[in-house]
Design a binder for this molecule. Structure first.
Ligand code: GDG
Length: 744
């Protein structure tokens, strides 16, 4: 293990600019959100020495020769060790302008009609991700943490995992993750590559809970892997999806008022617009930013509120971006025509409603604008988060000013004190501008204070810290949840413990554990050897065998008639202690709603081979005999449908092994198993099962029992028995040898 863990940050572009003028080459760290996030985090955590080295890997937008010249002449002094990847220009363009910005960007921002589908740009995307993988492989050492950023590198986590199974990999997604209806517009191979690509990470992070849900939904629908508590099991690894809303370096924006350069800028703007209220917006040129819709909203405001004409100015700053992609140039033309049209219509000889600028801003100019504006109008049609909204709030030292924010930006989830608008609704936008104009100072301050308190507390250092903590604890969880595979040594230990024990309790699931699954559940009869083995166990009063199953009581009672064992049927709804015990049935608080039954029946009709099993406390839809892909797809649809249906009821859904069951939420194997344990005082307890319903049992008695999961899949059991080993044979071996010894 590496004694000096290192953090390797990976993003499409490096956070530096390397310029060459004449003989002089200079390097400047860029002021982007991610680099200032990382820098401020490391500045604050310098003393803890968590990472001995931080390396930033990304593609260079400067020629290799310039880098070599620079490194030869200088010691690179940045917050990070910079390690550039040099990609061939045409390849990079196919990757970046092609698949990244003409396919993924519009699709993930809900602009399906803008999406270009091209196999050749996807191939370039694969190749560039592969180049990143090669580069990182040359650098990475055991014990390192690799943190990959954003949609340009979604295939990279899995590529890297294949080569370095043990390293810690995090991925953060900065843009929205779309709903499945949008995501599925990509062909199946791309979908599979992207979803499995992301699952190469240990933690996959998003800005909002909604994006996490959409991602997990895609995992389930594309790869058929179910999730629970935002965790997915990929072969023997656990992958966690989490919500980590990115933020800003609050103090950098809050304290910036003090610099002279900003003061000069600010005073100049104030002087120019001394009798005007200022509305301000700044965005990269992008169709997702909703600039044309915003202009419509502003125009509607001028139309409906003539009293504000000549008293207001809208400073609209658009930052040049992605000029090679045709959709961006079209957008520029549209914006400029619209600005011209509004200015033409409303201007007087002394006044113009919109001051439009198409250029980048220096940090001082940006700060000055944040500080002088009365209103920030930030109305993207979609935005992963939107940091401008947070920067505006942090810059308002005197706590006045109003933020109007699109409800479709990720930041709207946290910034609820802003005036939230639908960016396509020009009437609502006009009303919000009017409300902002008239808002009393006290109310402005009340809202601003709440917004500032939140951003100060959950700033960017918090974001980095919480992601890295999640990554570290995901590794710890993996270690904890990695089941020990049962071997000879363990079997011998258990035999000794069994032999010594005064009372032994064996809690055994039936289908999939003691007998194999059968297309027809009624045909999965216990084989004669199983019955005789149970009989032998039951004859010794030290042993207490419990069959714990989702099956109905009558079937189990008939099959095990005459054998001294207990039955927990229907996941605990019906319990019979011992052979001659009283059968106890729990009462259903009310019958399962008829709409659940009709839904299951509808799915049965649509899906030949499936059927509904009626239990006393549950309804189960079985799809074991359905063609696998159809069965799986239909079962996902059914789960979605049932989730809506049973919301706010006392029912729960169990997504079992080729069966979906709806039942009372408080009835489960966990509660029933714990009840037996509490009564028995057994000093050897073994619980064994294969299905998700057995997880309740493992969870509830984990600290008091030997818990064994049969076969693959996520489990909180401590031990695992490979599917290839018959659970019945294993148990027989365990107990009969002990009995043989006892006879001697
Ligand atoms: C992705 C997601 C998510 C912009 N122009 C100038 C300038 N900026 C600075 C702003 C702000 C940042 O760039 C833009 O903020 P975004 O939130 O749009 O960030 P992006 O990196 O473009 O976008 C987005 C973000 O990632 C973080 O996860 O919020 O949803 O699309 O910091 O101040 N700064 C200066 N001059 C400019 O001309 N000085």
């Amino acid at each position: 293990m590496n004694q000096c863990p290192r953090l390797i940050i990976v993003s499409n572009r490096l956070p530096i600019q390397l310029t060459e003028r004449g003989d002089k080459i200079s390097l400047r760290e860029s002021s982007g959100g991610l680099v200032s996030a990382m820098r401020s985090f490391f500045d604050r955590s310098k003393s803890d020495g968590e990472y001995k080295e931080k390396i930033w890997i990304g593609s260079a937008d400067f020629p290799e020769a310039r880098w070599k010249k620079f490194v030869f002449r200088n010691t690179v002094s940045t917050s990070f060790t910079i390690d550039p990847i040099f990609l061939e220009a045409r390849e990079y363009s196919k990757f970046y302008n092609g698949f990244c910005n003409a396919t993924l960007w519009p699709l993930f921002h809900y602009f399906p009609s803008f999406v270009e589908f091209s196999d050749s740009t996807f191939k370039a995307y694969e190749r560039v991700n592969q180049e990143f993988c090669k580069k990182i492989s040359n650098v990475v050492q055991p014990g390192d943490t690799v943190w990959i950023h954003d949609y340009q590198l979604m295939l990279l986590p899995a590529m890297l995992r294949e080569k370095h199974p043990e390293i810690s990999i995090g991925y953060f997604h900065h843009i929205p993750f779309p709903s499945y209806e949008i995501f599925r517009m990509m062909n199946r191979p791309w979908r599979e590559r992207i979803v499995s690509g992301l699952l190469g990470a240990d933690v996959v992070g998003f800005h909002t809970d909604e994006y996490v849900q959409y991602f997990l939904d895609a995992v389930q629908k594309v790869l058929g892997i179910a999730h629970s508590f935002r965790t997915v099991q990929v072969s023997s690894r656990l992958v966690q999806a989490g919500v980590f809303p990115i933020s800003i370096d609050y103090e950098k924006f809050h304290q910036a008022r003090e610099t002279k350069a900003i003061r000069v800028e600010r005073e100049a703007i104030r002087k120019k617009f001394s009798n005007h209220k200022i509305i301000f917006s700044v965005d990269r040129l992008d169709y997702t930013k909703g600039i044309t819709h915003r202009l419509f909203g502003f125009e509607r405001f001028l139309e409906q509120h003539p009293e504000w004409q000549q008293k207001i100015v809208f400073i609209l700053v658009v930052i040049p971006s992605r000029q090679i992609v045709s959709k961006y140039n079209e957008r520029k033309k549209m914006i400029e025509e619209q600005v011209g049209q509004i200015n033409g219509k409303y201007s007087t000889l002394q006044w113009q409603p919109i001051l439009y600028r198409y250029n980048t801003l220096s940090f001082d100019e940006l700060m000055a604008l944040y500080q002088v504006a009365d209103v920030a109008l930030i109305t993207p049609l979609r935005d992963g988060m939107n940091l401008v909204a947070k920067e505006f709030v942090a810059s308002r030292k005197s706590q006045d000013g109003v933020l109007i924010l699109s409800e479709l930006a990720g930041s709207a989830h946290e910034m609820v004190e802003a005036l939230l608008v639908n960016p396509t609704d020009k009437t609502a936008m006009a009303a919000s501008i009017a409300e902002a104009m008239e808002m009393p100072l006290e109310e402005q301050k009340r809202r601003m204070q709440l917004l500032q308190d939140r951003i100060r507390e959950y700033d960017v250092a918090f974001w980095v810290r919480s992601f890295i903590d999640a990554l570290n604890s995901s590794k710890a969880l993996q270690a904890e949840r990695t089941q020990q595979v049962i071997d000879n040594r363990i079997t011998v230990q258990w035999q000794e413990a069994f032999f010594k024990a005064k009372r032994r309790l064996l809690l055994m699931d039936y289908d999939g554990t003691l007998v194999s699954f059968n297309d027809r559940p009624e045909a999965a009869l216990p084989p004669p050897e199983l019955l005789s083995w149970f009989r032998a166990l039951g004859e010794c009063e030290q042993n207490h065998v419990v069959i714990i199953s989702g099956r109905d009581y009558e079937t189990l009672a008939k099959w095990f008639d005459g054998i001294n064992l207990s039955i927990i049927a229907e996941h605990g709804a019906c319990i019979r202690p011992g052979e001659a015990g009283m059968v106890r049935r729990k009462r259903l608080s009310r019958p399962i709603h008829p709409s659940v039954r009709s839904t299951l029946e509808l799915f049965t009709k649509r899906c030949p081979g499936s059927f509904v099993e009626e239990k006393e406390f549950a309804l189960a839809w079985h799809y074991r005999s359905v063609e696998p892909e159809t069965g799986f797809n239909k079962s996902r649809e059914l789960v979605d449908c049932l989730q809506h249906l049973i919301r706010n009821s006392t029912l729960s859904i169990v997504d079992g092994n080729k069966v979906i069951e709806v039942r009372q939420a408080d009835i489960n194997k966990g509660a029933a198993a714990a009840e037996f344990l509490d009564l028995q005082r057994a000093d050897f307890v073994l619980a064994i099962g294969d299905d998700v319903t057995d997880e309740d049992m493992f969870e509830s008695i984990r600290d008091r029992a030997i818990t064994v999961k049969v076969g693959p899949g996520f489990s909180c059991a401590k031990y695992r028995l490979p599917e290839s080993v018959s659970a019945f044979m294993f148990l027989q071996e365990l107990t009969t040898q002990v009995h043989a010894q006892a006879q001697i």
